[in-house]
Ligand binder design. Sequence first.
Ligand code: ATR
Length: 263
Amino acid sequence: MKKFLVIGNPIEHSLSPKLHNFWIKTNNLSAIYEKKKLNETELGSLIEEVKKKNIHGINVTIPFKKAVIPFLDHLSVESENTQSVNTIYLDNNKIVGHNTDIEGFELSIQDLRLDMNNKKVLILGAGGVAPSIIFALNRMKVSEITLSNRTKSKADKLKDQFKNINVVEWGEIPNFDIIINATSLGLKNDDKINLDEFKIGKNKLFYDVIYKPSETNFLKVGKKLGNRIENGKSMFIYQASAAFNIWHGIKPKINKEVIEILD
Ligand code: ATR
């Protein structure tokens, strides 16, 4: 039986095992997918298990998406450019790191049937997921990306990596067509992002990377102002399906049952 893991710290909340084990079952595969809480000092020895074929694939979540890189033999272009790895596998005896968050974000945007050309995008947050979103937005050829993070130095660091982005102060809301919450604000029901509601207007897209709760206060504000809203559920499902395809060579079905697993 093949063994797969998601590693992170904390990890209790992760819904990846539910999703992957559902697809493993519905595709009649002999495999199991578990979650494991780790300390950074344990990363190297765990990743070695992939080379020994004791573990057949690893998903990586916060806070290790960058920290795993020194233990890998090869990075995909996506991981190299974002310095972020969420999927690990063995290819020709080399441990490879890839980033399926990018594809997850892209496919979730494609579902919205939005023309991304000439769109101005404002990203809130410069944490783990931000480089993946910036990389995807650049690939979609949006016209402008602005980044705003509470700790400005982290946004400035990302500008070193992605020279075309603009950085503004936290609390400053420039004109945008799409606003993306890539902070962890909203995970708790009483978390609020202070948006100056009156300057925003309608007919924009409010996108939250968070999918639990399904409607964060950020999305509630967007909706109230007459904007389209989207949470991070389909991004999460698409990043998982891309990892599943890498490991098992099967594109898993995304249907109502799958979507309900995450409720
Ligand atoms: P990490 O910061 O370790 O990469 P993350 O969960 O990937 O962790 O990112 C959390 C993001 O949410 C960061 O952009 C963080 O802002 P800081 O860089 O200033 O920490 C943001 N965030 C978390 N709590 C916040 C709060 N109360 N107000 C504003 N931004 C917040």
